[in-house]
Design a protein around this ligand. Structure first.
Ligand code: MN
Ligand code: MN
Length: 460
């Protein structure tokens, strides 16, 4: 008997008719969010705008913070935070829900554009954990920003509208792939082989690199940028197709970047419904999780400390002791996804402890690999309280471990939050085909994670 038969059930069976309507409604909004937010910058723009529409005020406009007040701040266009000031003193701790809005993708190199065999190409450097073959033979859209020497920021999105062209990385035809097919999957496609095709028309009267120069001329005409400007750019190739409903019963969502924008969206919808909480609420959308939370927009930095110092200062807590107490007394949900059992690969999942699609939000006591390396192992006292909260809030939940013990592993931002002494638990939805260009989640799980985050922020 597996764990499902013992303790956990398909949440569609416990949803009331009204709740089923709510599930499909939130899924519809989620599809719009996914299609509008294919990069961390676009996600920040979306979240910031939603927050402002819901009455959140930019932090820089607030000199004082009082209970009930709602503020929003963004950092470097790649991190966003929504805060609701609670009735209790922040020294007693706050409730944090932290997700990440970066996803695996192909970044352009600093000198990406070149010509070979009469065709123009863009060189890429992949970001995050990808299976390289999944990025071949699919339409790709180019998203990002270019900063010109004069400081001007040019935003670029090419390949999302039906009338726009897309880019692509061609795959080798099977007729000539005998040797390639005999290679290990990890070696069959090289990182340097991920070059995107961008054009084939030579520029009139040009003898040297005419095709490349014609592409550069098009970019110059449309965006007023020069080749050198790629040096100070962040341009990302992402799947060009939109997120869709999956399954004849429309119970699932397929799309790019659901790790971890599903948690970002669920926690955003949740925080927008929270009002006058006892404990201050911080709903954080972080960058760079996919490469280890490093850098000044990742959570393995002073980002959260700097942010809280600003907030505490405005709430009248200016001492170092106050900051340390606030952090150490806090509770956090690391809102990130787990791997859903895929019965096509039974050899990597331990079905008594792994998570399943449509069985509710996943509570992951620890992540990591091998002997729990790089994990934050949640304290059972905290887990016990969260279980009680979810049951009282009518949230379906399940436990989840990321695959069999010796198979592999992964981490989340949990360890960087736990560093401060706060209680942290990983809590998010199960994803099938994680890190692929078309990841799959269950609408019911999305809804349950939304309810879980809302209960945690409002009542915990
Ligand atoms: Mn993640
Ligand atoms: Mn990931």
């Amino acid at each position: 008997m597996d764990k499902v038969e013992q303790l956990e059930q398909n949440c569609w069976t416990v949803l009331s008719p009204e709740e089923k309507v709510a599930v499909h409604k939130i899924a519809g909004q989620y599809l719009k969010f996914l299609n509008a937010s294919k990069t961390e910058r676009e996600a920040v723009d979306y979240i910031y705008e939603q927050a402002c529409q819901a009455g959140f005020i930019p932090l820089q406009e607030c000199t004082e913070l009082k209970p009930g007040q709602k503020v929003v701040m963004q950092d470097k266009g790649k991190v966003c935070t929504l805060i609701i000031i609670g009735k209790d003193s922040m020294e007693e701790g706050i409730n944090i829900v932290a997700s990440h809005i970066d996803s695996p993708r192909l970044d352009l190199k600093a000198r990406p554009l070149y010509e070979e065999e009469g065709l123009a190409w863009l060189k890429t450097h992949y970001y995050g954990g990808i299976k390289k073959y999944q990025w071949l033979a699919i339409p790709l859209a180019l998203h990002g920003v270019v900063i010109k020497k004069n400081g001007e920021k040019v935003s670029i999105v090419i390949g999302e509208k039906e009338e726009e062209p897309v880019l692509t990385i061609a795959d080798l035809l099977p007729h000539l792939a005998k040797e390639q097919m005999e290679k290990k999957m990890s070696e069959a496609i090289s990182g340097e082989g991920l070059n995107a095709l961008v054009g084939s028309i030579p520029m009139d009267g040009e003898s040297k690199s005419p095709v490349k120069n014609y592409i550069m001329q098009l970019l110059r005409d449309r965006y007023d940028i020069e080749e050198e400007d790629f040096t100070s750019a962040e341009l990302e190739l992402v799947p060009a197709f939109p997120a869709r409903e999956v399954g004849l019963d429309r119970s699932l969502i397929g799309g790019y970047g659901q790790d971890d924008r599903v948690s970002a969206f669920a926690s955003l919808q949740a925080v927008l419904e929270v009002a006058n909480p006892y404990r201050t609420v911080v709903c954080l959308f972080a960058d760079k999780e996919e490469i280890g939370s490093v850098g000044n927009t990742g959570l393995h930095s002073l980002l959260i400390e700097n942010l809280l110092t600003e907030i505490l200062h405005r709430a009248g807590i200016t001492s170092y002791l106050g900051l340390r107490r606030c952090l150490a007394n806090s509770f956090a949900l690391s809102a990130d996804v787990n791997a859903a059992v895929d019965p096509n690969y039974p050899e990597v999942f331990e079905k008594r402890n792994c998570s399943f699609l449509s069985r509710g939000v996943v509570l992951t006591k620890f992540t990591g690999s091998r002997g729990k390396a790089e994990s934050s192992d949640a304290n059972p006292e905290f887990l016990g309280r969260i279980r009680k909260l979810l049951e009282e809030a009518g949230v379906c939940w399940q436990v989840g471990e990321l695959g069999k013990v010796d198979i592999g592993g992964g981490g989340t931002v949990a360890q960087y939050l736990a560093y401060y002494g706060m209680e942290v638990l990983d809590c998010g939805v199960a994803v099938m085909g994680m890190h692929s260009p078309f990841e799959i989640v269950s609408k019911a799980d999305l809804y349950m994670s939304f309810k879980a985050y809302r209960a945690f922020m409002q009542d915990f």
